[in-house]
Structure formats: C-alpha cells, structure tokens
Design a protein around this ligand. Sequence first.
Ligand SMILES: NC(=O)c1ccc[n+]([C@@H]2O[C@H](COP(=O)([O-])OP(=O)(O)OC[C@H]3O[C@@H](n4cnc5c(N)ncnc54)[C@H](OP(=O)(O)O)[C@@H]3O)[C@@H](O)[C@H]2O)c1
Length: 158
Amino acid sequence: MITIIAAVAANRAIGFENKLLYWLPNDLKRFKALTTGNTIIMGRRTFESLPKGALPNRRNIVISRTQSEFPGCDTYNSLEEAIGHCSSDEDIYILGGASVYEQALPIADRLCLTEIHDTPKQADAYFPEYKGWHEEKREEHTTDEKHNQAYAFVDYVK
Ligand SMILES: NC(=O)c1ccc[n+]([C@@H]2O[C@H](COP(=O)([O-])OP(=O)(O)OC[C@H]3O[C@@H](n4cnc5c(N)ncnc54)[C@H](OP(=O)(O)O)[C@@H]3O)[C@@H](O)[C@H]2O)c1
C-alpha cells in the first residue's frame, strides 16, 4: 500500500523556504502514529528540512539525483527505484515534498491529509490538485490552546 501523507492549507500550500507552514501537535502525533514501524520516502529537500535528520523507528528512504548518502537513510535516484526496493508487505508513506507528491499521486493508493482551514501569507511549495479522489473519512478539529488553526484529518482513496 502506498499512502501520501501531507498537511495542506486551504490553497494547497505545504511549505515556505523549506519549512512547514503550521505547528499542529495533533498532526505531528497522527503522523508519528501512522508512519512509525513503516517505510517513509521523501525528497532530498524534505530530508534537509528535518531538524534531527532521519526519523526514528521507521525505514527512511531519500530520493536524490545529486547525493547518494544521507545518514540513517537508504537512498535511490528515482521514486520508481525506491519503491522497487520495497517489499510487497511494506506500508509505504510518501512524505513529500511538492515534487515527490506530484510524482507519487498517480501511483498512490491512499491520501492521509491534514487539511488546514487557513491560507498562509507566504508559500512556495504546493500539494498537487487531488480532485477525483474519493473522501473516505473526515475528522474535523476546532482551534484550541495548542492549535491556532482549525483542521481536519481526511483520508481519500482512488
Ligand atoms: N506540509 C507537508 O506535509 C510537507 C511535507 C513535506 C515537505 N513539505 C515542504 O515541501 C517543501 C519541499 O518540497 P520540494 O518540492 O521543494 O522538495 P522535495 O520534493 O522534498 O525534494 C526535491 C528533491 O528531491 C529529489 N528528487 C525529487 N524527485 C526525484 C526523482 N524522481 N528522482 C531522484 N530524485 C528526486 C531531488 O533531489 P536532488 O536535487 O538532490 O537531485 C529534488 O531536488 C518544503 O517547504 C517542505 O517544508 C511539506
């Protein structure tokens, strides 16, 4: 199963200057719960944005055409090659960024999105359009003392 996981603003923005746009602790918790014990695939720039490098207790895969070594990660020079080196029983989570989401959308089975009900002032990375995907589950959350934006956890299938 190939799942795309992303936190997406109302205008599909996902990042600015290689950083995330929002700080939503419940989103981080969900991300950890879904990906721990599984395989994550990310682009080189997303790997570089991780504050402590490879994420623990997951198989980290980075795709890059320019670098072959990332600490704690397996590295391949295309998305196809990365997926080809995963076994059929691995649950694969595509972690982004924008360029990798774009390439993975046609081959993914499922989207696990956090849809943030906000439009950021600035953004330079966007999630691709995902019209045509079927909404399977939606869980709405309002703002609270730890979450400055309302958001929804939404699962889509093809
Ligand atoms: N909101 C979210 O959920 C979320 C999640 C992840 C990332 N983001 C944001 O997304 C932004 C980064 O996205 P991005 O598009 O700039 O970068 P990216 O997709 O993370 O990384 C791009 C790099 O990945 C490598 N790559 C991509 N496709 C490849 C392929 N088919 N074969 C081999 N290598 C490939 C290339 O590395 P080389 O140049 O080394 O060849 C490319 O320059 C940041 O702002 C980040 O914070 C947001």
